[in-house]
Design a protein around this ligand. Structure first.
Ligand code: ADP
Ligand code: ASP
Ligand code: MG
Length: 404
């Protein structure tokens, strides 16, 4: 079998952890498998490098940031290759470039355009364990590019897809995908199998156990994806096609996204073209607007509110001030998004009303709402985010999931 094993930041967090990962990789190799390992930077490393850059500039060049941040995963790839060699296994570490990962030219959030598998195949053929530095590729100018936060998951899935691997294992610090973040609700239950679509929704709404673009890619390339812990031998969660899942509950889980901020434009002119102007300007600058709310106009004016990722609030603020779209602008980064996810919602009513009642019973004000056929999202004050998650988890009986 060809197995791609990806180890996240905590799994390679220090030298002892890297040794344990090396032992695990050796076991898989000794069982007769070909192994490609993809590694993240040691936990905290990427954030530390970002802080270093901010020491010199609040708006550092994206190209230099990619050069800087990609170094974290290169350190771990070389260290793991050394640890494997010390255990008697022929091993080679590869940067994204050497592994043949080609991307577009968008720094910090590059998309993989193509994978040239020649070097990977050659080294596997020579019997080597290949260790690839995750989160990075090379663009058309020959510059290093990075794949967005959490992007080592994407490196692993893309390599597994391109190589036709039998399995892609994402090793992390929890046993798999849970009904909600087990650090927020300790009664959260591990999910044994989840569909690509549901996992994609979950990941896009803030469950960072898998990067959303990696799930999208896994679905597209039909990659057999498992997420599990590097700290034990427990079985993880299989992410698979919907038809492989016997019965889907109405609500599968609750997600919490803390990377949210709200912008409010008060007393904007209630006339055609205002929203078009605001949102096209934001789109031009690659700002991801999520929820939008506009109240019914009165006396020729209306209020317009929307959310953006918290780390893009600074740029959104600058754009709104330059546009002079409203006399009264308000910015609030103390908000979070709480979402209920479940493909079973498609055919069931009453799911949304239970969510609203639950938050009302807990005196939590809902500032914005958006729904799709498989999710309901609500913006609430940051200080009630975790309470909202726990009370919704209880309201939908998710801690009793096994008995469903
Ligand atoms: P890694 O460094 O291994 O990539 P991450 O920190 O990116 O790990 O993702 C794992 C974390 O995701 C867990 O520690 C957990 O707190 C968080 N998480 C959020 N939602 C969920 C969920 N529904 N199920 C499991 N983990 C979740
Ligand atoms: N090191 C990168 C990050 O922290 C990528 C990853 O860990 O997947 O976002
Ligand atoms: Mg991650």
């Amino acid at each position: 079998m060809l197995i791609v094993q990806k180890f996240g930041g905590t799994s390679v967090g220090d030298l002892d952890r890297i040794s344990e990962v090396a032992d695990r990789v050796c076991r898989a190799k000794k069982n007769g498998n070909d192994i490609i390992v993809v590694v993240s930077a040691m936990s905290g490393e990427t954030n530390k490098l970002i802080e270093y850059a901010e020491h010199f500039s609040k708006t550092p060049s994206a190209k230099e940031m990619d050069m800087l941040l990609s170094s974290g995963e290169r350190v771990t790839s070389a260290l793991l290759a050394l640890a494997l060699e010390a255990r008697g296994h022929d091993s080679i570490s590869m940067s994204g470039r050497k592994a043949g990962i080609y991307t577009d030219d968008i720094h910090a959030n590059a998309r993989i355009s193509n994978i040239d598998t020649a070097n990977l195949k050659k080294s596997l053929k020579e019997g080597k364990i290949v260790v690839v530095a995750g989160f990075q590729g090379v663009n058309s100018f020959g510059d290093v590019s990075t794949l967005g936060r959490g992007g080592s998951d994407l490196s692993a899935v893309a390599i597994a897809g391109a190589m036709g691997a039998d399995l892609c294992e994402i090793y992390t610090d929890v046993d798999g995908v849970y009904t909600t973040d087990p650090r927020v609700e300790r009664r959260a239950k591990k999910i044994d199998k989840i569909s690509y679509d549901e996992m994609l929704e979950f990941a896009s709404l803030g469950a960072k156990v898998l990067q959303n673009r990696s799930v999208e890619m896994a679905k597209k390339l039909n990659v057999n994806l498992v997420t599990r812990s590097s700290f034990n031998e427990n079985e993880g969660t299989l992410i698979t096609k919907e038809e492989n899942i016997m019965e889907e509950p109405i609500v599968s889980g609750i997600a919490l996204d803390k990377n949210q901020a709200r912008v409010t434009l008060r007393d904007v002119k209630d006339e055609p073209g205002i929203a078009a102007n605001v949102f096209s300007t934001l789109a031009e600058k690659n700002i991801n607007v999520d929820m939008i709310i506009q109240n019914v106009g009165q006396d020729g004016t209306a209020n317009l509110g929307f959310t953006v990722p918290e780390n893009e609030l600074g740029i959104a603020k600058k754009i709104m001030q330059e546009l002079n779209a409203a006399a009264d602008l308000e910015f609030d980064s103390n908000v979070v998004k709480v979402s209920i996810v479940g493909v079973g919602m498609r055919s069931h009513s009453g799911v949304a009303s239970r969510a609203f009642t639950t938050l009302a019973d807990n005196n939590i004000n809902i500032e914005m709402i958006s729904t799709s056929e498989i999710k309901i999202s609500m913006i609430v004050d940051e200080k009630y985010g975790e309470l909202a998650v726990r009370s919704l988890h209880e309201a939908y009986n998710l801690h009793q999931r096994d008995e469903l």
